[in-house]
Design a protein around this ligand. Structure first.
Ligand code: GDD
Length: 326
């Protein structure tokens, strides 16, 4: 039986990937912070339904020794490194901890795997934020990076670390350059879930307005459930490589807002307030991913498109509020 080790297993992608790998017959191990094990209701809600099928290990991405011990115990065949401080806005507020956790955590994990499980295949969650001030549109694997936030910078460093382990030590290390990917399990701080959860609360009469920053920013939004399959496919190839995973469609935050309110039968202009608080010191204005290489080499394509995604998220949030008030 194949063993997979997932960092960031409690997050949106970790939960979908765990379901996907369990369905494929994997033994799934996850790294979580000790506080998460002590507060399962608030910290493990996305994987609550999977807890009796997986093994969780308490460790910290900030401690090489703790990661080394988990790798030694688990001896994984595949490692999916998803853990990170992943909220771009927060990375401006605390650049030091974002850079420290994201870069050192990746290096510690790569190093521990090299020492104790050198045959393990490694997936790094790189990001379209690396393209930042984009040099061309759409962005592909050959587009140069120009990150615009401490988070983006940390992901470029992680990307380079994975590639360097591949070139120096023959580590089977792949970088997935994933564009924004969303779902009903998305964290509430990200703009899509902030919008859909507030739309649901407005619809239920529990909220009066939605405060947002830059509505002109454009993103390539896909469905997280589709994207975890691509992570797995990358590790099933004969050679390690880097891949863009995207939909090749771009939409503004305003379009997302309009559609989300519309799906709930509301007019967005009656509720949305622009608040400078949510603007970023440097913005990534436009992302659109060219996933031709993934389509050709991995046979991967996005299934859920923009409209369906927005509808699905609004519907789930409305349903969630109704079931909670029953
Ligand atoms: N979060 C947030 N909140 N974003 C807002 C708001 C707001 O109130 N108002 C406007 N925005 C704009 C942001 O300025 C940004 O341009 C866009 O909405 C998307 O913001 P996020 O949803 O926070 O995501 P992100 O694009 O910064 O980063 C996400 O995608 C990356 C992949 O490109 C994160 O998931 C990253 O971890 C991921 O790597």
């Amino acid at each position: 039986m194949k063993r997979a080790l997932i960092t960031g297993i409690t997050g949106q992608d970790g939960s979908y990937l765990t379901e996907f790998l369990l369905n494929k017959g994997y033994e799934v191990h996850g790294i979580v912070r000790r506080v998460a094990i002590e507060a399962p209701a608030s910290r493990l809600w996305r994987i609550h339904h999977l807890l009796d099928k997986i093994t969780l290990h308490a460790a910290s991405m900030e401690s090489y020794a703790s990661l080394f011990n988990v790798v030694e115990k688990c001896k994984p065949h595949e490692c999916y490194h998803l853990a990170a401080q992943s909220f771009v806005s927060y990375s401006f507020e605390d650049a030091f901890s974002t850079i420290n956790t994201n870069i050192n955590g990746t290096l510690y994990l790569l190093s521990a795997l090299k020492e104790r499980a050198p045959q393990c295949k490694f997936y790094f969650a790189a990001s379209s934020e690396m393209f930042g001030k984009v040099k061309e549109t759409p962005q592909s694997e050959s587009t140069p990076f120009h990150p615009r936030s401490p988070y983006g910078i940390s992901k470029v460093a992680g990307f380079d670390l994975a590639r360097n382990y591949r070139e120096s030590y023959d580590t089977f290390a792949c970088n997935g350059i994933l564009f924004n990917h969303e779902s009903p399990r998305r964290g509430f701080e990200f703009v899509t879930r902030k919008i859909t959860s507030t739309v649901a609360r407005i619809k239920a009469g529990k909220e009066k307005e939605l405060r947002l920053g830059n509505l002109e920013a454009k993103r390539d939004w896909g469905f997280a459930g589709d994207y975890v399959e691509a992570m797995w496919l990358m590790l099933q190839q004969d050679q390690p490589d880097d891949y863009v995973i995207a939909t090749n469609e771009t939409h503004s935050v305003k379009e997302f807002v309009q559609l989300a309110f519309e799906s709930a039968g509301l007019n967005w202009e009656d509720y949305v307030v622009i608040d400078k608080l949510f603007y970023r010191p440097a913005e990534v204005k436009l992302l659109q991913g060219d996933y031709q290489k993934s389509e050709k080499k991995l046979g991967w394509q996005p299934k859920v498109k923009f409209q369906t995604l927005v509808g699905m998220m609004v519907e789930e949030d409305i349903h969630g509020i109704r079931s909670n008030s029953r």
